[in-house]
Design a protein around this ligand. Structure first.
Ligand code: GDP
Length: 306
């Protein structure tokens, strides 16, 4: 079995490839919940949704969020009633958020709610939120402190980040399901997700780093030179005091990373790193990188599809 640690863009692209090489039941995905928030009565869990929709064959792979071909009637109706939602939520996407919100209000944990939604979407990959308690990522700026969604979606990441903080400040425990998935994995794969806001919160959950030190871990860099392939990882790495390069990424994973993969084009040399084409611009390229990851993971790492 392969266990993947994921945010909502870079790692799902790799997961798209892994799913072409392994049966879904041989994959578990531990997903960041630091960007979760309530919107209009529904619980938005953006990274969990992206992974679920990908595995259900529903994902909008142009944007890497939401459901392909979704409509926005409810969002527009709310707008005409004077409600500006932070995030533009599609109608079918909203149905999932409303169901999740309802399940949480009924007392289910986020893990149990996710399992039920996955079952109803016929998803066989094990999708595991990192924790059942909130741990919200906030961006600190000269204009104040913003929930990540406020900063990234409403302000389009345009306000210079000075630091990152989490609410509550103390990280939650990783769920028992997450710890088992890390312990049972033949290899753990950290895809090219944002090391600060996607992988950082997962690593902060108590028990995760210890479990990773005992696992065989392969990580893929989201940087080429001093620029991430997409998104705000550069500014956020700088705000945290880390070099915004592959070298900086590895420094965050150094105590547990066994194999580090960086792009063939990356001018920043990381000693010992494996070089590969990491740009997953289409499903075939995702599969190409997944094949390299699985070769590095060794013959015990799941059953390859023939
Ligand atoms: P978020 O939850 O939407 O922020 O998404 P992630 O954290 O999962 O992924 C964002 C990161 O993915 C960014 O730092 C990008 O540099 C990286 N990324 C996106 N596409 C690719 C790709 O094709 N290859 C690599 N190496 N990195 C990518």
């Amino acid at each position: 079995m392969i266990t993947v640690l994921s945010g909502g863009t870079g790692t799902p692209k790799l997961l798209r490839g892994l799913r072409r090489r392994l049966p879904d039941r041989d994959l578990a995905v531990v997903v960041n919940t630091g960007e979760d928030c309530w919107v209009s009565g529904g619980q938005l869990s953006p990274d969990v949704d992206t992974v679920l929709y990908l595995c259900a064959g529903l994902l909008n792979e142009q944007t890497w969020w939401g459901i392909a071909g979704d409509t926005f009637a409810c969002h527009e109706a709310l707008r005409s009633l004077g409600e500006e939602e932070v995030v533009r939520i599609g109608d079918r996407d909203r149905a999932v958020h409303l169901l999740r919100g309802e399940l949480l209000r009924r007392g289910l944990t986020l893990t149990a709610a996710t399992e039920l939604i996955a079952e109803r979407l016929r998803v066989e990959v094990r999708v595991l939120p990192m924790a059942d308690q909130p741990y919200a990522t906030h961006v600190l700026t000269d204009d104040g402190r913003f929930h990540f969604q406020e900063w990234w979606v409403r302000h389009r990441g345009g306000i210079l980040p000075r630091g990152i903080a989490w609410e509550p400040p103390a990280p939650p425990p990783a769920t028992p399901e997450v710890l088992s998935a890390l312990q049972e994995a033949d290899a753990v794969v950290i895809g090219p997700s944002n090391p600060v806001t996607s992988i950082g919160p997962i690593l902060a959950c108590s028990g995760v780093r210890e479990a990773l030190r005992d696992a065989f871990v392969i990580a893929v860099s989201p940087f080429i030179g001093d620029t991430p392939v997409s998104g705000p990882a550069g500014a956020l790495m700088t705000a945290r005091g880390f070099e915004p390069t592959s070298r900086g990424v590895l420094s965050l994973y150094a105590d547990f990373c066994d194999v580090f993969i960086q792009d063939v084009r990356d001018p920043v040399g990381v000693p010992g790193a494996v070089r590969a084409d990491t740009l997953m611009t289409d499903p075939a390229r995702s599969e190409g990188l997944a094949e390299i990851v699985l070769e590095l993971a060794g013959p015990g790492a799941g059953r390859l599809r023939s």
